[in-house]
Design a protein around this ligand. Structure first.
Ligand SMILES: Cc1cc2nc3c(=O)[nH]c(=O)nc-3n(C[C@H](O)[C@H](O)[C@H](O)COP(=O)(O)OP(=O)(O)OC[C@H]3O[C@@H](n4cnc5c(N)ncnc54)[C@H](O)[C@@H]3O)c2cc1C
Length: 427
């Protein structure tokens, strides 16, 4: 890293964002959103011109340094003349979380705030007393509540779909974290922007999609994500993570790893391709499309095939509480797989580029005898053993106990460790 930048990074740690500055002697105003981003407003006649700058590189980083520190040229500002529509926040107490999560187990939030903008996120973070636990909530389709949440639940409902670049083939689209994922996918299909169609019908919001690098039918969000923008929980600073910085892996990202619990994602940018090749080699997509000549298949056909397959296999959370796959597919080293395959040569397996081998968790659970297992209020889905279900009246603790029994049994029968994919809240 450039030595001056290292100094900048050290200094920035003490900031609280946004920081407001004005260029002396000119009608140019600066709102520094985070250590690498600012918005410049210039008054031209009676109108304001807005310019967003993301400072990954020299010389923008030095300009940002000057805006913050060159007091000869840039003065601190208290009164901000530009109306940017601050959100009016409402804090709800003892809010029902059960209805906002797809497992629909009981749970309450001591404090609950819904935000529709980046500044709303900041206001909510500022409202939160120091030490109060914070849970960020999207569509609640990848979490199991173990207890009431004693702190603040921040429900991110930031809307918006904006095309920011289009060269006739590739299009870059920035989407608000609160947009429903499936609606966004169908919007891409309608617009002829290829690349996300295999991810149709995944529940949840756009903002949570990068968290675990959602994937289905051979496609992951990492294949189409250009960048992710997020507000720092510590200082309110905005940061744009390039796809590389997101460190996407199988159901993993930097937001679940080293940057866990540090960010509130507000926007995600996608790079889509009008000429993207269709991905039909995974799962039952080809069988679904077999009635028509391959040359006629479209992205819409693939999305619709995926929707049909998913509806036939997975329970609808509106009818039967669940959070999709409860466990990740385990990934074994080549040696561990060889030992496993000697005992279970018929097990489905997927060799990975690095030599490791992925197994199907659903197969292991089914073989262990758990498919359709029934505990009255909850159990294992009868068509997909990887999905645990709340049939009505179960608590998070009961579902977690069932998950532990399955894990222990799979470990003792196959010597393979299962790791939950679903986020455990308040465990
Ligand atoms: C029937 C069903 C099928 C599913 N199929 C798939 C599938 O095929 N592939 C797949 O990958 N997943 C699947 N899932 C899981 C789930 O839908 C996805 O992981 C989805 O992206 C979760 O989105 P959400 O908005 O509901 O997240 P939530 O459950 O609200 O949150 C999930 C995690 O992300 C965090 N989070 C949420 N929003 C933000 C934000 N804006 N900023 C920072 N952190 C945030 C939360 O704190 C939590 O840790 C399925 C779930 C169900 C119920």
């Amino acid at each position: 890293m450039h030595s001056e930048w290292r100094e900048l990074d050290g200094m920035e740690g003490a900031m609280k964002y946004p920081v407001l500055r004005k260029l002396k002697g000119a009608d140019a105003w600066y709102r520094v959103e985070g250590p690498r981003q600012w918005v410049e407003w210039q008054r031209i006649g009676s109108r304001w011109m807005k310019h967003v700058v993301v400072a990954h590189q020299h010389p923008e980083r030095m300009t940002l340094h000057d805006i913050l520190n060159d007091v000869e040229r840039y003065e601190p500002v208290v009164d901000w003349p530009i109306a940017e529509g601050e959100e009016r926040l409402e804090v709800e107490r003892d809010a029902d979380l059960g209805a906002l999560t797809t497992f629909r187990v009981p749970g309450k939030a001591a404090h609950f705030i819904r935000v529709r903008s980046e500044s709303g996120v900041r206001q909510a973070l500022n409202w939160r007393p120091e030490g109060m636990p914070l849970l960020v909530l999207g569509g609640g389709s990848n979490m199991l509540l173990h207890a009431d949440w004693p702190g603040l639940v921040l429900h991110v409902d930031v809307p918006g779909v904006e095309v920011v670049a289009d060269d006739g083939r590739f299009v870059e689209v920035v989407v608000g974290a609160g947009e429903p994922w499936h609606d966004w996918v169908m919007q891409t299909v309608d617009a002829g922007w290829g690349g996300l169609e295999n991810l149709a019908l995944i529940p949840g919001r756009v903002g949570a999609a990068p968290m675990q690098n959602i994937g289905a039918y051979g496609v992951e969000i990492k294949d189409r994500c250009a960048w992710v923008e997020a507000v720092s929980r510590a200082d309110g600073g905005l940061r744009r993570f390039s796809a590389e910085e997101c460190a996407f892996g199988y159901r993993e990202s930097v937001f679940k790893g080293p940057e866990r619990d540090r960010w509130v994602i507000t926007r995600v940018a996608f790079r889509l391709d009008r000429e993207a090749p269709l991905r039909t080699d995974y799962g039952a997509i080809r069988e679904e499309l077999a009635g028509r000549p391959e040359a006629e298949w479209t992205a819409r056909d693939v999305a619709e095939a995926v929707i049909r397959i998913r509806r036939s296999k997975l329970p609808d959370p509106a009818v039967l509480g669940n959070a999709g796959s409860f466990f990740k597919n385990p990934v074994l080293s080549a040696e561990a797989y060889a030992a496993f395959a000697a005992q279970h040569p018929d097990a489905p397996h997927y060799p990975q580029a690095d030599g490791s081998v992925k197994l199907a968790a659903g197969w292991l659970i089914e073989r262990a005898g758990w498919k359709g297992h029934d505990r009255g209020t909850h159990g294992v889905h009868d068509r997909q053993a990887l999905v645990l279900v709340n049939k009505g009246g179960a608590t998070g603790a009961q579902i977690w106990q069932l998950a532990q029994h399955i894990r222990e049994d799979v470990l003792s029968q196959f010597h393979v460790e299962l790791e939950p994919e679903v986020n455990q809240i308040g465990a």
